[in-house]
Write a protein that binds this ligand. Sequence first.
Ligand code: ZN
Length: 137
Amino acid sequence: MDCRRIQRILADYIEDNLSQDTTKAIEAHLRACEVCAQEYHRLLRVGDLLRQWAPEVPTHSLWMAVRGRLAFGHRRRRWWRYGAGAAAAALLGIAIWAMNRPTPPPPLHDAQAFYKVHEEWSLPLQISRRITLLEER
Ligand SMILES: [Zn+2]
């Protein structure tokens, strides 16, 4: 066997996947050929390193607990986002409504009725102004 063929099946040799005859032929070649022997030791080291770096597999129950928390947190966050958004939209709507409160159409033919309606309409504003004045005292 030539070196290229040997090096192509070195991984199989390391994992003991070859026939006895092929295994014996490779062992004979590795004793005689320094290039293939170096390649063989490099592959062995790579395998060792990969085994060192292999992440620990979490237990099934640990994974289920993590997944449950992720799902719960996700759902709760989404609910809060919707809730806060709805509350903000409602507050904004109330603020806009309060700023643009429709002025009752002035009955031009009756000045007294106009002032009465206007006074009733502005009563909450007057009360809040009085409260502000009282608080400032
Ligand atoms: Zn060789």
